[in-house]
Design a protein around this ligand. Structure first.
Ligand SMILES: [Zn+2]
Length: 288
């Protein structure tokens, strides 16, 4: 198997085999990383620390090293993933840090803005090859999600994933994790989410045991939709605002009246409790 011993792939493959999902929670600072690790250890759950490129660009090597230490020294398996790396400068930063020994476990090389699959492959492949040399697994997006998140470009012309093209696409890029576009979108859902479960099932039958699937665009989703997506083959679930917003709110309120460490402690616990809820919902609690 390619990239033997890769932490992200090991976590996702076990989840896929045993039919549960893995919380990949966006962390914007050290407090949230600590909150996620606490939640994972309490629940005995594997997890993924998700960083956006804007957070990597802010904290660079020292912050990434902190995240790796916090994740890898935990008593349960936790990987560190770079989400939505699109800009060459962010990819260069992540890969040059890896070449200096500060390596993400996985990165998403997001060339979904490309006009065609072929163009997406041409953009992604050199990064995939360079990442693989450092032992980093790469996630790619086939099709295109609408919307936007922290520091990411805003997309308004979504394209659904065509399962018939997925195997060629994954071979072409050389990537090992797939983020499909099934009607999911980044940010707020204007209409209730209408996910194409048939696309997921099709991808599951093609890729089970080979390429783990990652669900993006999970703001505001009802619990039963998370569960349905896991049943239909998703093993990595990216979560952003669910944890971020209550954490930021609690911190802002706490700082009005409490000491800084007290306010941070309370906000960290709010973040951790959101993470724990998802670990239980996704079925990963007790699996580590
Ligand atoms: Zn995403």
């Amino acid at each position: 198997m390619a990239l033997k011993g890769n932490r992200t792939l090991d976590i996702l493959r076990k989840a896929e085999d045993e039919g549960y999902g893995i919380l990949a929670q966006s962390c914007y600072d050290a407090h949230s990383v600590i909150g996620l690790v606490r939640a994972a250890e309490r629940c005995r759950s594997p997890a993924v620390v998700n960083l956006f490129p804007i957070t990597l660009a802010y904290g660079k090597g020292p912050f990434l090293q902190f995240c790796l230490n916090a994740a890898h020294q935990a008593s349960v398996p936790i990987a560190v993933n770079l989400d939505h790396a699109t800009d060459p400068e962010h990819l260069e930063l992540a890969l040059s840090l890896a070449e200096q020994g500060i390596a993400f476990d996985s990165i998403m090389v997001d060339a979904s803005h490309a006009d065609t699959d072929e163009e997406n492959i041409v953009l992604a492949r050199p990064y995939v090859q360079r990442a693989e040399k450092c032992g980093i697994a790469v996630e790619v997006e086939l099709g295109r999600l609408e919307g936007g998140e922290a520091g990411l470009r805003m997309i308004s012309d979504a394209k659904l994933t065509n399962p018939d093209k997925a195997e060629t696409f994954m071979k072409g890029t050389g990537a090992l994790v797939l983020a499909p576009s099934i009607g999911n979108l980044h940010g707020s859902y204007i209409n209730p989410p209408n996910f194409r479960q048939d696309i997921l099932k099709d991808l599951q039958s093609k890729f089970k045991g080979k390429i783990p699937l990652c669900l993006h665009g999970t703001d505001e989703l009802p619990d039963n939709l998370f569960v349905e997506c896991i049943k239909n083959g998703v093993s990595k679930i990216n979560v952003n605002s669910w944890g971020r917003d209550p954490y930021a709110k609690q911190l802002a309120i706490g700082l009005q009246t409490k000491s800084f460490p007290e306010a941070v402690e309370e906000a960290t616990e709010v973040f951790a409790s959101v993470c724990e809820r998802f670990m239980k919902l996704f079925g990963s609690a007790g699996k580590a």
